[in-house]
Design a protein around this ligand. Sequence first.
Ligand code: BGC
Length: 771
Amino acid sequence: MGMLIVSIHMCQAQTVTPARVKALVAKMTTEEKVNLLVGMGMKLPGIIQGGGTGIGQTMDKVEGAAGTTFAIPRLNLPATVVADGPAGLRISPTRKDDTKTYYATAWPVATLLASTWDIKLVEQVGKAMGNEVKEYGVDVLLAPGMNIHRNPLGGRNFEYYAEDPFVSGKMAAAMVNGIESNGVGTSIKHFAVNNAESNRNTSNSILSERALREIYLRGFEIAVKEAQPWTVMSSYNKLNGTYTSESYDLLTTVLRKEWGFKGLVMTDWFGGTDAVAQMKAGNDLLMPGTPQQKKAITDAINDKSLDIKILDANAERMVSYILQSQAFKKYTFTNNPDLKAHAALARTAAAEGMILLKNDGNALPIAKATKSIAAFGITSYDFISGGTGSGDVNEEYTVSLVEGLSKAGYTLDDALTAAYAAYVKTEKAKQPNKNFFEEFMNPTPRINEMEIDDAELTAKAASADIALITIGRNAGEGSDRKVENDFKLKEAESLLINKVMAAFHAKNKKVVLIINAGGVIETASWRDKVDAILLSWQPGMEAGSAVTDVLSGKLNPSGKLATTFPAQYSDEPSAKTFPGKEFPEKATTGMFGMKAIPTEVTYEEGIYVGYRYYNTFNIKPAYEFGFGLSYTNFTYSNLKLSSADFKGNIAVTIDIANAGKTAGKEVVQLYLSAPALKMNKPKEELKGFAKTNLLQPGQKQTIRFVIAAKDLASFDTNRTSWIAEAGQYDVKIGASSVDTRQSAMFRLAKELVVEKCNKILSPQVEINEMK
Ligand code: BGC
């Protein structure tokens, strides 16, 4: 009994109360407050940035982590560690004079996770990811990334979930909840409207308040309200003329006052230019932190241009964060997470998010009895687990496609496998050995496709039962992708497809194409040439095994697109304005001595992003949002609404049955068409989704959705409010954004003002917006 009382008492002593936080900040000197709000710097090869006060303060608390914060030992406040990133913990796998390894799991990238449409699974992945964060002694994972896929060329799209804010918000909330269930933090990023990498530190995103609220902020709003992350990372770009990290309107008025965010805001690394403005905006922590920033803040306090109350408020949020960290709790981390169990989960998650885009004549699944598989394309041998830059992970291995297939018992064409393996090895050996920074500044292109002569191909087509071709793409922070040789196939890839198709089809054998990319590629011009297409995305370290699970039918594919595959790049509504208009005459020298070219990106498509555009303007994409095939098929029936009149909310139920011969899961989507009498609106918008259980043939499941008032509303700029127009609302339940299976309607008798917002963040210029 006595012990119990003591432990309850200790627990109470640990509670982070505002009074306790205030008392701690009250004990600090101004210098300590400034130090606390500016990170400890960052070591970069050849450049030492920041450096902090140095003594006793290590930047290498966890080697390879992105940053650490200042410690105040006399107040019992430890240094904390923050590390990337969205596909898993990014730390150094090896350490000097240490034989132990510190590998982390490379999980499937965010775009793949979103394609699972499985909130529970994403939360489970987050939980495991967060366990590695905790067991390697890190306090905050700089993830999830959740910017909108505005354009297929976005270099970091793989780190982000979707073109749709509802999917993004739900996925991010699940990820945050999963990671934070370990008692470690997250940083949802990059807040906000950071949709291109070109000139990312000088780029000004110019957009209407409506597009901002409905598309670019909405996902963050959902994540903040549903998961209350420990931290938010402001972005590099400007938003309607102001750096997001220096915007009080964004970081205080919207994020804290309108949405109720309680946590800490940190900058992106070296983001923004004015440390004092950042403090005033409520951007509490400047990362990774430089001595210049400390000086600027200290000077501003001294000359009274920065009120000490602002510094105190920021320091209080910083202290609240530190008090909940594992560093403060002195958690004894093991440096030994269960990587085996996590690899197994990474494999399941990867397979769940792969999308079967085409499957003519049931080319897939591939029977185990298949005598021999001929695997073409360098990527079959050098599979890409994830993207580059800070979204990369230092994993121990990546299972290639051919390894996955042979582990599962398939027989490969040995001679072909040997030839490719040797080629990939030789060509890779020729590539420069660069460190992270050099690679970041100047990414090494992937090796060229291997040439195969026609006679050999004819022989392969005779001996093998089926051909696989993998096309690989990689990208990452710092630059955007290109249309030629990236979004579109390279000439050598087209040639490979043509030749393999001709040889194998001549022998009546199937050709399956696997897309191993973090983002969207062009498919319309070549998809007719192959029998099946599997979009594997970048599936993490268990790549080849997960692809094999789907190819073999061990797992029936159930992934669906959370981002549109346009028929051609020029169809994209943002194609004309992406990645922005440069003003080279105003160039200066920016971060790491890189040329900083001021750039403006005007979001002329407004709210018509992705399927909102394709559906409303009747442009047929190659594969629409929400699309994905299965080895079985499903029927939709018995759609019911709880009422025909909207009064607060409406419940929707529908029965989904497996009508095929194979067990499978279906992603069910709810779209709403709202009356558009006063405002122009997308033809339909996603307002709900669910994934069924694994349904056996003939099995049925009832899915339930609830439509709330905000789901009916659009942002009316003139009234700065979310308004639901009176009239008829059509509920469409479907298997994709165009494949509606059942519909019903309800009415809203009287207009609803769902929410009033502040008149802020308006563009300074007239935008010729799509309507
Ligand atoms: C990226 C962030 C990342 C940070 C720390 C920046 O370059 O934009 O996403 O968290 O670096 O590595």
